[in-house]
Design a protein around this ligand. Structure first.
Ligand SMILES: [Zn+2]
Length: 163
C-alpha cells in the first residue's frame, strides 16, 4: 500500500511524544503536504468520475425495464451494448435474454432465420458487424457463409485455400 503524506501526517499526530517529535521534524511543512493531498484527492475524484458515466444508472434499473428498452434496439446495437461492460455482457448473454436477441433480429426486414449452429448473438455478429474476423479491417462486406466468417480481400488471399 502506498502511504501518502496525508496518512503519514495523521500517523504522526496520533503518536505524539518523544519519537513522534523526531518524525515531525523530518516531514515537510504541513501546508505543503495538505496541498499535495488535495491534488491527490482531486485526481482520485476525476478518475472515479471517468469510470462512472451517466449511463451507469442503467445498471441499477430493474431488469424488466432494461429488457423493455433493449427490446427496441437493432442487433448490432445490442451487440455493441454487450461489449460496453461485463455487467451488460452477463445480462445480455444469459439464456434468459435470448428473447431480446430474437426480437432485435426481427427488427431487420428480410433477414434470414438464424443458422442452426449459431446462437443469436453469433448470428448478429456474423451478419452485422462490418469488420474482418481475421485482421479487424473496417467495412468488410464479404461474408463466407460456409465458414461462418467475414473476411477482407487481403485475408481471403492469405487465410483461405481453394480446394
Ligand atoms: Zn482481414
Amino acid at each position: 500500500m502506498k502511504k501518502t503524506r496525508k496518512t503519514l501526517h495523521n500517523l504522526v499526530k496520533v503518536n505524539q511524544g518523544s519519537v513522534g517529535d523526531e518524525v515531525t521534524a523530518k516531514l515537510p511543512p504541513a501546508k505543503r503536504a495538505r496541498k499535495n493531498a488535495q491534488e491527490d484527492d482531486a485526481k482520485t475524484v476525476k478518475k472515479t468520475r471517468r469510470k462512472t458515466g451517466k449511463l451507469s444508472v442503467l445498471l441499477e434499473m430493474p431488469l424488466d425495464v432494461l429488457f423493455e428498452i433493449f427490446g427496441l434496439l437493432l442487433p448490432l446495437d445490442l451487440l455493441r451494448l454487450s461489449w460496453t461492460s461485463s455487467e451488460f455482457r452477463c445480462t445480455l448473454m444469459q439464456r434468459s435474454a435470448r428473447s431480446l436477441w430474437i426480437q432485435a433480429l426481427k427488427h431487420v426486414e428480410r433477414l434470414p432465420e438464424c443458422l442452426e449452429d449459431l446462437t443469436e448473438p453469433q448470428w448478429a455478429f456474423l451478419a452485422f458487424y462490418p469488420c474482418c474476423h481475421h485482421c479487424g479491417a473496417q467495412n468488410c462486406q464479404t461474408i463466407i457463409w460456409s465458414c461462418r466468417m467475414r473476411c477482407c480481400n487481403k485475408c481471403l488471399k492469405t487465410q483461405l485455400v481453394t480446394i
